[in-house]
Design a protein. Structure first.
Length: 301
């Protein structure tokens, strides 16, 4: 089965390579020439434009987008629509908001183009371990794409599946990432407590390694934690700034819309936002108020 891959960043390039290993033909497109050279070095074909990409695929065509959420997706779809035909399939494997996915699917359906959302987890490690794929789309279209999903997944019969109609894949991936926020925050807080217990002079890397085997808190995130602590036990040189790519915010907004309490995920998101305020006006005001009502000493810079 042949496939067009649009967006050849590290994850898109790795997915392309895994598909090639599975015997698929992949034609890649990226606006950056160096990205196209990279996938050619991995054994894929490449095209310098969307027009040539579509022309190089057998009909009915399947194109997979690995692009940032929002405007890049809409602009790419707008450019592709005149090039595509009835029964072609367009897959969004990025982290789009599920409502945007539903909107795009309705618009494309009017022209007979199928839209599939594939929430994709696995990051840079998916090349060898496989990707977890949460797929939204019609049953018939997803079944047509089975060879691709089965190749990208950790195994042909696990780690992937159709979770519902269009939008369900990105919704599921959004919640997946919200859970990830909570798990990461719990690990961060726990290891911070261990690090601050100076009395015991704990080796946090050793503890992470112990927990990796037999413990109920063992996980891939713990494996990554252990690896990070082995390389840099004190995390020296790393700024305490934690970015977010949007899915946590969307998860919290959905929890509010559905009247479902999600305090752990919400607090984990707030912790990330708090990490960015190196010059916190709120903290300065708190210190001032403590002085005003209690005469507490204020530390000066």
């Amino acid at each position: 089965m042949d496939l067009g891959m649009i967006g050849l960043g590290r994850m898109g390039a790795n997915m392309t390579q895994r598909l090639l290993r599975g015997g698929h033909r992949v034609v890649g497109f990226d606006a950056k020439a160096e990205a196209r050279v990279d996938v050619e070095g991995r054994g894929a074909e490449s095209s310098a434009s969307l027009e040539s990409l579509v022309a190089n695929l057998h009909a009915p065509r399947t194109l997979w987008m690995m692009l940032p959420a929002g405007d890049p997706i809409d602009r790419t779809i707008a450019a592709l629509v005149p090039l595509l035909a009835t029964d072609d399939i367009l897959i969004d494997g990025g982290n789009s908001h599920y409502k945007d996915t539903q909107r795009r699917a309705r618009r494309l359906a009017e022209q007979g183009i199928h839209y599939v959302d594939a929430g994709t987890s696995g990051g840079i490690w998916g090349l060898d371990g496989g990707y977890s794929l949460m797929i939204g789309g019609s049953e018939a279209v997803v079944e047509r794409l089975r060879p691709i999903f089965a190749t990208l997944a950790p195994a042909r019969d696990r780690g992937w599946g159709r979770v519902g109609p269009v939008g369900a894949g990105h919704f599921t991936k959004m919640i997946h990432n919200g859970i990830e926020y909570g798990l990461m925050q719990a690990y961060a807080e726990g290891f911070s407590l261990l690090q601050h217990k100076r009395e015991f002079d704990l080796d946090v890397h050793q503890i992470a390694e112990i927990w990796r085997s037999g413990s109920v808190v063992r996980s891939w995130l713990l494996d990554l934690t252990a690896n990070a602590l082995e390389q840099n036990p004190t995390l020296e040189g790393i700024a305490p700034f934690v970015a977010d790519s949007g899915e946590g915010r969307w998860t919290v907004a959905e929890a509010m819309a559905l009247d479902v309490p999600a305090p752990v995920i919400t607090l984990a998101l707030l912790a990330r936002l708090r990490s960015r305020d190196a010059d916190s006006f709120a903290d300065r005001l708190l210190a001032t108020l403590r002085k005003e009502f209690g005469g507490h000493v204020i530390k000066t810079e």
